[in-house]
Design a protein around this ligand. Structure first.
Ligand code: 5AD
Ligand code: SF4
Length: 443
């Protein structure tokens, strides 16, 4: 009999849930599985190994994963050699409970244990049967993990891990640990390597990128942006996510002065009621937030500003909600990612009084989206007739003659394909701005 560890045509299916950090982590998982002889397949039924990189930010994210775990039970029954692992935030949160609930899981890999994936898979390949759970806390950052990037245009580059903020609704600090920044040298080398492989865009990732470097003092985020901006071959530098309390004027200046740094500020406000912001432990006041927006707009007038919003936080009254709508009309975001509050056990908000009913949450979400969509459309309409620089991503999903790309401000643009190629920077004249996309003509 030929052992799986010796075969060279092994296939791994990697399911990715949640945020960009999970994509970046999965690229490191795939890179390491590659060294064990696995190549990626999109067909779960033919896989020798299935790895789900999970998210637990909202209950809906967890429900999706539990659904998938159920599906995999049947595959495992037909193929007992199949290796099945759970990684990411749910793995960290649930640990042993996952295996108790679903014994067909072979291993549970915590968010800080990605580097141990090859060792764990090798052990299971050699000796099927026992399950392995590894969710211990992080001890330093592991560098030099092989990366298999998705796509060829835009690279995800984590610059820090964890979060120290403990917003009262959020599970992230419990599953991702405290903030730890990578060394600037390691980040710049990773960006250089991506550029050498033809990537034109990088997105620097962290739960709170503006507190980058506070732990090692080698460079702060404003300096890091300048270093990455200077890497030859990189045409666009993006980053996410910013906490409004930490976004300094120095960062705004880096964006203003940078050559390739995108004029896009994603600054999640979460709510527009002072009372709710306080209950969320967001720390900033509405006044401080307004002043931040004013400084951004004064320094970088064409910048787009986007946000995250949560409706239905415990205790949110109709009055609070109306204040939120008022705040949206005042700030006028280009776009907003809107979420229904989801109770996460272990977080302070889960046990707060005044939990809002699902029906009411949905009603408010719909009303919120109506207001924001109107603003997004108006903001986009102001771009009618403008010529914008677009980084070409390729054919759109629906029509191979319609191509797509993004402006520096992160707006999606659609146009009829001409002679341009993926990765080109082109000028597009906006002729038909809509709520979610800008349609235009290639110049
Ligand atoms: N319920 C709903 N949305 C949440 N977010 C974080 N935690 C929760 C929760 N418990 C949202 C925040 C954050 C985004 C990534 O997810 O808006 O900015
Ligand atoms: Fe969660 Fe707040 Fe940290 Fe963002 S800043 S990850 S919302 S605790």
């Amino acid at each position: 009999m030929e052992y799986k560890s010796e075969r060279e045509d092994k296939k791994a299916y990697i399911g990715i849930y949640g945020c960009q950090m999970n994509i970046a982590d999965a690229e490191r998982m795939e890179g390491q599985l590659g060294t064990l002889g696995y190549t990626r397949t999109e067909d779960m039924t033919s896989a020798d190994l299935i790895l789900l990189n999970t998210c637990c930010i909202r209950e809906t994210a967890e429900d999706k994963v539990y659904g998938k775990i159920g599906e995999i039970k049947h595959l495992k029954k037909n193929n007992p050699e199949l290796i099945f692992g759970i990684a990411g935030c749910m793995a960290q949160k649930e640990g042993n409970h996952l295996i108790a609930r679903a014994p067909h899981i072979d291993f549970v890999l915590g968010t800080n244990k990605i580097n141990e994936l090859p060792q764990i898979v090798r052990e299971i390949e050699a000796e099927h049967g026992a399950s392995i759970v590894d969710v211990a806390e992080m001890m330093g950052i592991h560098e030099n993990i092989p990366i298999k990037r998705t796509g060829s245009l835009s690279a995800w580059v984590p610059i820090m891990y964890g979060c120290n903020n403990f917003c009262t609704y959020c599970i992230v600090p419990y599953v991702r640990g405290r903030e730890q920044s990578r060394a600037p040298k390691d980040i710049v080398e990773e960006v250089q390597d991506a550029a050498a492989k033809g990537f034109k865009e990088v997105t620097l990732l962290g739960q709170n990128v503006n507190s980058y470097g506070k732990d090692h003092k080698e460079a702060d985020f404003a300096e890091l942006l300048r270093m990455v901006d200077a890497v030859p071959g990189i045409e666009r530098v993006r980053y996410m996510t910013s906490h409004p309390k930490d976004l300094s004027d120095r960062v705004i200046e880096s964006v203003r002065d940078g050559k390739h740094i995108a004029e896009h500020f994603h600054i999640p406000v979460q709510h527009g009621s002072a009372r709710i912001l306080k209950a969320m432990n967001r720390v900033y006041t509405k006044e401080a937030y307004r002043s931040l927006v004013k400084r951004i707009r004064a320094a970088v007038p064409h910048a787009s500003i986007t946000t995250d919003l949560i409706v239905g936080f415990p205790g949110e009254s109709e009055e609070d909600f109306l204040e939120l709508l008022e705040f949206l009309r005042e700030i006028r975001y280009d776009a907003a990612y809107t979420f229904l509050y989801s109770k996460r056990s272990g977080t302070p908000a889960a046990t707060m009084e005044g939990q809002v009913s699902d029906e009411e949450k949905h009603r408010r979400l719909t009303a919120l989206m109506e207001v924001q969509n109107e603003i997004s459309l108006e903001k986009n309409q102001a771009l009618l007739g403008k010529d914008l620089e677009v980084l070409v991503e390729g054919a759109s999903k629906t029509d191979e003659n319609v191509w797509t790309g993004r402006t520096r401000t992160n707006k999606i643009v659609l146009w009829t394909h001409g002679a341009e190629a993926v990765g080109d920077l082109v000028q597009v004249r906006i002729t038909n701005p809509q709520t979610w996309v800008l349609k235009g003509e290639l110049l």
